[in-house]
Design a protein around this ligand. Sequence first.
Ligand SMILES: C[S@@+](CC[C@H](N)C(=O)[O-])C[C@H]1O[C@@H](n2cnc3c(N)ncnc32)[C@H](O)[C@@H]1O
Length: 336
Amino acid sequence: MKRAAGIKVSKKDAETARRILKDQGLLMPLKARQNGESIIFPAENPCLSLGSISFEIVEADFHEFSGPDEFDVLQRRLGCKISSYDVTGDLAVLEIPLDFEAHETGLAEALLASKKNLKAVFKKSSSVEGAQRVRKITWLAGEKRTVTVHREHGCQFKLDIAQVFFSPRLSFERQRILGQVRDGEAIVDMFAGVGPYSIVIAKHRDVRILGIDINEPAVQFFKENIRINKVSDRVQAVFGDCRTYSPKKSADRVIMNLPKGAKDFYPTALETLKSGGGIIHHYGVSPRERLYEAEIDFILNTAAEQGRSAEIIGRRIVRSYSPSEVHVAIDVEVGM
Ligand SMILES: C[S@@+](CC[C@H](N)C(=O)[O-])C[C@H]1O[C@@H](n2cnc3c(N)ncnc32)[C@H](O)[C@@H]1O
């Protein structure tokens, strides 16, 4: 047992909180502990933000892990380092280093044996590509299915990892945006996918949301997710191009989660805001050097071309995109 600082959250928020702590490198290598209806995570630096998740900072005794699991042991034996992998629901997607492709089945089977919550393991076979931002994946081990249900912050997202975009790593972003939304808002989610932003917001706020996507299977799952999460009185899912389906002068807030390409749609986002103004959550890819500069120039200039005032009210690095680029979020307050 080791005594350490911990973050106490309710069970329903535990998976989201764990992922945020892990993404920020704050999770200590000790076992989380259960305390009634709460979970306590051992955290390096408890002075942190968990978006809209409420948490308490406590001190607790944590059990140490019993030792490396089968996946760690095999990686060490091969001299291979798979630092992270995405888990969506009960499916994992690994990036297998080129030199270790001959061992990919063994690595996938070892991962399955080590993580009891996983039912199948796939490898990345392409980058996220095309207008629909879908990655090709190849089955390696476990059940032969690609449909799963991912749980996050009291919501459930059913989706097919082979047909739609979904990133469990954006859970903090969803929490961050949720933290800014007020009851009564009208929101357009221009690149909604299977609806994670729309559903997380609608589950916790009394709002009206229109979510649009050009990927038909994604919109089918989005509709199913609206039903599963019981938010059909607040969210409507539409299949189509957001340039056609975003209603002009209708929104207090527009979410533009299309980092590669959002700029082409920024004029549409401005037209979608009410004439009195509102907020745009813009996502982009920015070079690490001259971070945010080109994005912010573009945002302010395009607003000026439409005769509207705009102010940057928030910005953050969401995650690394390539060795020289990062995925950024920029919050813009647009005036009349
Ligand atoms: C990066 S994904 C984000 C999906 C979702 N917001 C999420 O966080 O999981 C971008 C989405 O935009 C959709 N998309 C791309 N171009 C579009 C367009 N012109 N109109 C509507 N949706 C579009 C893609 O199909 C894809 O689902």
